[in-house]
Design a protein. Structure first.
Length: 390
């Protein structure tokens, strides 16, 4: 089981200071295009393995966000591809020339963007210090795979599903990104159809929208079919990466899941990363990661949870709100790594015991009720495990 951390410039301290070399990360295309040199130097310095999400689903909605508009300038060579609202003219993709040109430019972006970035001073210094020696410098060597253009689809066989499918057929070595709402998981026949349509591609990336919050209803309705979809692809020797639901999604390893992805689950106050200063209201983005519940929650909820549940191991020697960002980031990273190691080494029976043990440490009834979805999750995993591997 591998783990990918999603790169955001806001959390560059995490990637530069905490994340170990040869870790796995993925770059959203709009961030990569706006910060090519930063990403380039990061790959050079840390030797991270990575993939690039081309984010072509954003083209179907358009927008005025600066990151998005700047990224669109990369597509200026394709005349009239976007309308005045910066939205892709989807009908143009019915024209083979436009269809093929968009594919070529998306693949080229992933293959060449980092390679065309500014080469840092350290590289030239290494040449001076090693005369007459050929120095290899190619960050693209760490690019793990390329992703075909894709779109967000709300039902099987809508226009965006069909375009995603057609792009997946151009080169079966490309990975396919499946981005769809959780309601699509209601029907098991949808899973069978998706599998049949994309069964020839090397890898599948699944992002089920609105599936990042867990409750009993969601678990009963959606997760059994999601497990079946992952199993179908993996049993067919395709690599499967899950982006949403990454914390508990790690347990899908038993159904062949190759990797999970996650945002950095530690927040920073907006004012700490200029020039992205904003007066936006809505509360602090500062969070603390609690390993026992596998979630990041607000400072106030974290302190309340720890104060009312003495059986949970005390994470901080002082108030959470007074803890340094570096402490929280390090705790998060170590917790994730520990969990991944356990999953890769332990049997399903042992993992079940570990989950129950963590849940038993929550002694306050109000919080037990809040997190009892853990037990439902475990029940579903066990049912599917017995179905496929009894």
């Amino acid at each position: 089981m591998n783990y990918y951390f999603r790169y955001f410039i806001q959390f560059s301290n995490f990637f530069n200071m905490v994340l170990k070399k040869e870790s796995n990360i993925y770059f959203p295309a709009s961030y990569l295009y706006n910060f090519k040199e930063t990403c380039h130097n990061l790959i050079l310095k840390k030797n991270f393995n990575y993939f690039i999400d081309p984010e072509t689903y954003k083209f179907q909605y358009g927008g005025t966000k600066l990151f998005y508009i700047k990224y669109l300038t990369y597509f200026e060579e394709i005349k009239d591809l976007f309308n005045h609202n910066n939205r892709l003219k989807i009908d143009l993709l019915n024209n083979p020339d436009y269809f093929n040109d968009l594919y070529k430019i998306i693949i080229r972006f992933q293959k060449k963007t980092l390679a065309y970035s500014h080469i840092p001073l350290e590289y030239y210094m290494s040449i001076v210090n090693k005369k007459n020696q050929e120095i290899s410098f190619n960050p693209c060597e760490n690019l793990l795979f390329k992703i075909a253009p894709y779109f967000e689809f709300s039902q099987i066989n809508d226009i965006y599903y069909n375009h995603t499918l057609n792009y997946s057929k151009i080169n079966f070595d490309d990975y396919v990104f499946l981005r769809f709402p959780k309601n699509l998981l209601n029907n098991s026949s949808n899973m069978e159809r998706i599998y049949e349509d994309f069964r020839k591609n090397s890898g599948i990336i699944i992002n089920v929208i609105e599936l990042d919050q867990y409750n009993r209803n969601d678990l009963s309705q959606f997760f059994p079919n999601l497990i079946d979809l992952i199993y179908l692809f993996s049993f067919n020797n395709q690599k499967v990466i899950l982006i949403s639901n990454s914390e508990f999604g790690k347990y899908f390893k038993y159904f062949g899941l190759n990797s999970v992805c996650s945002n950095v689950m530690i927040g920073q106050r907006t004012r700490l990363f200029e020039p992205f200063y904003t007066e936006r209201k809505g509360g602090s983005t500062d969070l603390v990661y609690i390993p026992q519940i596998e979630r990041s929650i607000s400072f106030s909820k974290g302190e309340t949870l720890l104060a009312r549940n003495p059986k949970i191991a005390k994470i901080f020697q002082k108030s959470i709100s007074k803890s340094k960002l570096e402490e929280r980031v390090k705790l998060y990273y170590e917790s994730v790594q520990e969990k991944i190691v356990k999953i890769n080494q332990m049997s399903f029976k042992t993992i079940k015991r570990e989950i129950l043990k963590s849940y038993s440490k929550i002694s306050y009834d109000l919080h037990k009720n809040r997190y009892n979805y853990i037990l439902k999750w475990l029940e579903i995993l066990e049912d599917k495990f017995l179905k496929y591997f009894s």
